[in-house]
Design a protein around this ligand. Structure first.
Ligand SMILES: [Zn+2]
Length: 213
């Protein structure tokens, strides 16, 4: 699958099937409540299926976003600026595709411009567009880096993500302190050790004190 495909355009799910209705989604939540041992009709739970479905719209809004389009507008009047652009400590709120529980952490994104730059908030929005989907951290890291590389055609891209996985902290092996670190280095960040070192030093200055959340 093309990494740029917004996985669904609202009317359809990624598998090509018709997207379930809101009522069908709410019925599925009622089933899960009953599976857990609850009575979905008791007062405190009556509005829960609707709330959960609305939460899902927020958690997974990335399927309706096109990360390539987010990077379409670039600026070329940069006075020959050709040093690294780094955005660090971008909050990550994602969901593990294996357990459907949160992945909370932060991303650091850098690129070496090649005649044009992008609005800095757009880098954060690309991170969000991929994070607000069902993910594994490795794929999330690669998707962000590959998209910036493909669209901006810079001399290099680096993405580092540090995150806590609730599927490891609140269930399974129950290791709440463990954070996972992934990185993808492209172009000069991959080929030139001094460029990579400069980037890693920049993100180490204040961060790496542990992932919040
Ligand atoms: Zn998981």
């Amino acid at each position: 699958m093309n990494i740029h495909t917004p996985a669904s355009k609202l009317a359809k799910s990624a598998d090509g099937a018709k997207k379930p209705s809101r009522a069908e989604a709410e019925a599925a939540i009622r089933t899960m409540l009953r599976w857990a041992g609850e009575d979905p009709d008791r007062e405190g739970l009556q509005d829960t299926p609707a709330r959960v479905v609305r939460s899902y719209e927020e958690f997974f809004k990335g399927y309706a976003e096109d990360p390539v389009a987010l990077l379409a507008r670039t600026f070329e009047e940069i006075e020959g600026y050709d040093e690294m652009v780094v955005l660090r400590d971008i909050r990550i709120e994602s969901h593990c595709e294996h357990h459907m529980v949160p992945i909370i952490g932060r991303a650091h994104v850098a690129y070496l411009p090649n005649t044009r730059v992008v609005g800095i908030s757009k880098l954060a929005r690309v991170v969000d567009a991929y994070a607000h989907r069902f993910q594994i951290q490795e794929k999330l890291t690669a998707q962000i880096a590959n998209t910036i590389a493909d669209v901006l055609q810079p001399r290099g891209v680096a993405v580092v993500i540090e995150a806590n996985h609730q599927c490891m902290s609140t269930r399974g092996v129950h290791k709440p302190g463990a954070s996972m670190i992934t990185s993808r280095m492209l172009g000069a960040f991959r080929d030139d050790p001094s460029t990579r070192r400069e980037f890693l030093a920049m993100i180490a200055q204040r961060s790496c004190t542990g992932v919040e959340g």
